[in-house]
Write a protein that binds this ligand. Structure first.
Ligand code: PLP
Ligand code: COI
Length: 362
């Protein structure tokens, strides 16, 4: 699967883009290569690692017209031993196949997905960012390539993986809380729809709401369910809040909420965190009253890109503002962030199977 490439020019490019003093943006940089595999005649084949370059795609491809496309987001971390480890990639591979089922696309064996990512990281391991807190963001995706304007599932697909040396998702970094806009104007997902999987179309549909949030001074929208009663999640992360009694509360995984691997992992860590973590439906009106009366002392979001991001303020449609606690990153949020990132980066022991070393010369 390996191909020769120009190490000198790639090193120059890498050194220019990855200056240690730079705060890396999220998702902007690419490494030199990408992984590709095609689905033809009912099977996946022609797995290859090639230089990162443009695709050649038919103007009638189903992905371009009907958004038959899914993706994943995962991360790899460099530990003190200089080795690179992927974090819970098996969960991403499983979820990619779940998304594939919902969008009538063929599944890809999990072991092949994992091997593809590891081989690509090994090829481009020189690109691992050296900045404090940075990681290698992994973006696997699948899209329909059949040239056909009929609305039905494509017979042909491409599976691709690209890598992005990345810093924090929110440009202000993890130490500054974000703002969420609570709105009844936009909905991310409906029951029976695709909100519970990573369909690319979900994100196209969220752009308008995102722009609305920015214009109103927030980083993202906090979406409510279609009846405007319950909290669903934010645009790229699950939501959580922490009660006066230190209970962590995450909205239930309904079919309009993405089953976040970060949320699931934090829930799995609850014994170690010595925190009670519950999932339930949360009425937005109760949530607002509880912030006002001090019953909620911290809040934030969980996600691969967002990691554990504190929310300092909720903006309301009528121009009102609700500050959570003192508006700073709360103690428990920081405690969860420290354990979670400590596990990812090898500072603390990881639960069995969470980290997988990227072997050399795969
Ligand atoms: N919710 C949405 C809508 C997302 O896009 C993401 C990011 O993947 C998440 C939640 C967090 O999921 P995960 O923790 O698996 O990255
Ligand atoms: C991730 O957290 O990996 C995501 O996919 C969110 C994304 C839309 C940036």
């Amino acid at each position: 699967m390996k191909i020769a490439y120009n190490l000198k020019s790639s090193n120059e490019r890498r050194n220019n883009q990855l200056k240690p003093e730079k705060t890396l943006p999220f998702g902007q940089l690419r490494t030199d290569h990408m992984f590709l595999m095609d689905y033809n005649d009912g099977e996946w084949g022609n797995a290859r690692i090639v230089p990162y370059s443009n695709f050649s795609i038919s103007p009638g491809a189903t992905v371009l017209h009907y958004a038959q496309s899914i993706f994943e987001g995962a991360k790899a971390f460099m530990h003190e031993d200089g080795e690179i480890y992927t974090f819970r990639l098996d969960k991403n591979a499983k979820r990619l196949n779940k998304s594939a089922g919902v969008l009538c696309m063929p599944e890809i064996p999990e072991d092949i997905q994992i091997k593809a990512v590891h081989a690509l990281i090994d090829t481009d391991r020189l690109w691992f960012p050296v900045q404090q807190g940075a990681s290698l963001y992994i973006r696997p995706f699948v899209f329909g390539t059949q040239d056909s304007l009929g609305v039905f599932p494509s017979s042909f697909y491409t599976f691709a993986v690209v890598l992005s040396p990345s810093g924090p998702y929110y440009p202000q970094g993890f130490t500054s809380p974000i703002k969420l806009l609570i709105t009844k104007k936009f909905h991310r997902a409906v029951p029976g729809g695709t909100g519970h999987v990573k369909a690319s179309g979900n994100y196209a549909a969220s752009l308008q709401a995102g722009e609305y949030a920015y214009k109103n001074g927030a980083n993202q929208v906090l979406y409510l369910d279609h009846t405007n009663t319950y909290i669903d999640e934010a645009g790229s992360m699950n939501h959580f809040h922490i009660t006066r009694n230190d209970n962590v509360v995450i909205p239930e995984f309904t079919d309009t909420v993405l089953r976040s691997i970060t949320s699931e992992s934090v829930i799995e860590l609850q014994k170690r965190l010595q925190l009670d973590i519950v999932q339930k439906r949360i009425k937005v009106d109760d949530f607002i009253s509880e912030i006002k009366n001090g019953g909620i002392k911290e809040a934030g979001g969980f996600g691969t890109a967002a990691v554990v991001s504190a929310v300092g303020e909720y903006l309301l449609e009528d121009g009102g503002k609700l500050t959570v606690g003192n508006g700073e990153v709360g103690e428990i949020t920081k405690y969860i962030y420290d354990l979670y990132t400590g596990i990812q980066t090898g500072k603390y022991e990881a639960p069995e199977g969470w980290l997988q070393k990227v072997e050399r010369n795969i």
